[in-house]
Ligand binder design. Structure first.
Ligand SMILES: Nc1nc(=O)c2c([nH]1)NC[C@@H]1CN(c3ccc(C(=O)N[C@@H](CCC(=O)O)C(=O)O)cc3)C=[N+]21
Length: 307
């Protein structure tokens, strides 16, 4: 008797992100031909090394596809008023078509007030209350406002690998705004047509629900909360969770996902972490800004009658 170890196909986020970036490079070139260089900005408050790394990644990749990148920094002890002045400045800057405020912000700042101050048309994260509200209200029509990046990245990663979500049951683990709470708004739109169950660390019958899933999105930030035994054979499993632990013996920091690695032997598809949804988030962040620039350019040259 031969023992076969099945291995899931990889949802390669780096490859899908590279494809998106080459498409974006063409759209950037088309905008430049019309005299518009799409500009992305980041606001970093303080000098957290992980945040600095993430921000520099975003600038490097934006410049690679021909975008203009604007890097703004404030000291860790910046006041609420200083951050809000910078937001007002970027809102008014025609060279900045979209931007993010890198999270988390220092604890003394009112994060919600800062995020709500961003011009919704320039909201590169797609998480401004106005943009989330538009998603809630518009189930059928075309959406002409920025969309949440990571949820959009998850959907693009599946679709670009030939995985159709129509009619599928997606079980999402995690209720944070960046993924858990917002991804259902995209997945249940008629254009995608998936069915969504939103679960979290307080869900009592989580294994039972997971076993019914055609797609599992692990975004609770709870180490290995999704066990191999809870994955339906052939299901697509996407790992978006990040849990950092310091090894007490070596003192080294290690990163764990929400998915038990043994799930790869049961799943049909698996997105690695790193190399999965992370690169997609950056690609969709840039997509939001290019789309914002396209809309702002169209408005500037549009008919003068409609008001
Ligand atoms: N306003 C705001 N918007 C964000 O989108 C946002 C944020 N704040 N704060 C922090 C988190 C984290 N985040 C990541 C994006 C890409 C990778 C990524 O590409 N990771 C690589 C590995 C990169 C590496 O560590 O070398 C990967 O998964 O393969 C990771 C994390 C965006 N965030």
């Amino acid at each position: 008797m031969t023992e076969m170890t099945k291995t899931a196909r990889i949802l390669d986020g780096k490859a899908a992100a590279a494809a998106i970036k080459s498409e974006l490079a063409e759209r950037v070139a088309a905008l430049k031909a019309k005299g518009v260089t799409p500009g992305i900005a980041t606001v970093l408050v303080g000098a957290d090394p992980a945040s600095q790394l993430y921000v520099s990644m975003k600038h490097k990749q934006s410049e690679e596809i021909g975008m203009n990148s604007i890097q703004r920094e404030l000291p860790a002890d910046a006041t609420q008023a200083q951050v809000e002045d910078l937001i007002d400045e970027l809102n008014a800057d025609p060279a900045c078509h979209g931007y993010i405020v890198q999270l988390p912000l220092p604890k003394h700042l009112d994060t919600d007030a800062i995020l709500e101050r961003i011009d919704p048309a320039k909201d590169a994260d797609g998480l401004h209350p106005t943009n989330l509200g538009r998603l809630v209200l518009n189930v059928n029509g075309e959406i002409t406002s920025p969309l949440p990046c990571t949820p959009r990245g998850v959907i693009e990663l599946l679709e670009r690998n030939g995985f159709s979500l129509a009619g599928k049951h997606v079980v999402v683990v995690g209720r944070g705004v960046t993924i858990g709470r917002s991804i259902g708004l995209l997945l249940t739109r008629r254009a995608v047509n998936a069915t969504v169950t939103l679960t979290h660390t307080g869900t009592k019958n989580l294994p039972e629900l997971l076993r019914q899933a055609d797609v599992i999105v692990g975004a609770a930030g709870a180490k290995h909360i999704v066990k191999a035994a809870d994955v339906k054979p052939g299901a697509a499993v996407l790992d978006v969770g990040v849990t950092r632990e310091t090894d007490p013996e070596t003192g080294k920091s290690r990163v764990f996902g929400d998915i038990d690695p043994a799930a790869a032997e049961v799943a049909g598809w698996i997105s690695p972490n790193p190399g999965g949804v992370g690169p997609m988030t950056v690609a969709l962040l840039m997509t939001n800004v290019v789309e914002a620039a396209e809309r702002q350019a169209a408005q500037a040259s549009g008919p003068a009658t409609a008001r």
